[in-house]
Design a binder for this molecule. Structure first.
Ligand SMILES: N[C@@H](CCC(=O)N[C@@H](CS)C(=O)NCC(=O)O)C(=O)O
Length: 185
């Protein structure tokens, strides 16, 4: 069975959300990060960087949440993607991890980046319910998880961006989201 390695309140929840959406059986291996279990040789053999999440699927090991999401989509998602569809999903997954997350969660950049990024996302969700249009996809897991973490983790007011707030509510209502992330802080 596929193993997902994570810590309590870690980015492993993002992967867990998608595994739940896919309906795949998996084992969540909870590492005691407080005790540095992620830096012990047994886990460093899976991810030499010592960060979570990571997965082991048969003999295959993979780390970095964006890469894991794309792998799961490619291996277990339906229908198969064209090169262009896959590139567009990669765009959003990379945007979430390299632009949205660092821009909003870093205090140094939040003041300038949050309004800029939320304005773009608000316009997008005024036009369509999901990141790619009318269908939920792994791009929503990547982008939606980070957006949902904003009100859970940051003292910021999202009321100027009602379409983003409504999108977060839509994502949070999904049973798979509830199971993996819920409303926890
Ligand atoms: N870019 C990585 C970030 C991974 C990351 O920073 N994970 C944190 C937990 S959310 C971690 O493992 N921290 C432990 C440490 O840095 O030792 C990803 O998206 O997978």
């Amino acid at each position: 069975m596929l193993k997902l390695y994570g810590g309590a309140r870690s980015r492993a929840s993002i992967i867990q959300w998608y595994l739940e959406e896919l309906g795949l059986p998996y084992e969540f291996v909870l590492l005691d990060m407080q005790q540095g279990e992620n830096l012990q040789p047994a886990y460093l053999a899976i991810n030499p960087v010592g960060k979570v999440p990571a997965i082991v699927d048969g003999d295959f090991k993979l780390w970095e949440s964006g890469a894991i999401l794309m792998y799961l989509r490619d291996k277990y998602g339906q229908p198969p993607l064209t090169v262009e569809q896959r590139a567009e999903i990669s765009q959003w997954v990379l945007f979430a991890n390299a632009t949205l997350g660092p821009g909003v969660f870093s205090e140094a950049t939040r003041e300038t980046q949050l309004p800029r990024l939320m304005t773009v996302m608000n316009h997008l969700f005024e036009r369509q319910p999901y990141v790619l249009g009318t269908e939920f996809s792994v791009a929503d897991v990547a982008v939606g998880s980070l957006l949902a973490y904003i009100p859970l983790m940051l003292p910021v007011d999202l009321s100027p961006y009602p379409a983003v707030t409504e999108y977060i509510r839509r994502m949070s209502d999904r049973p798979a989201f509830q199971k993996a992330i819920g409303g926890r802080k």
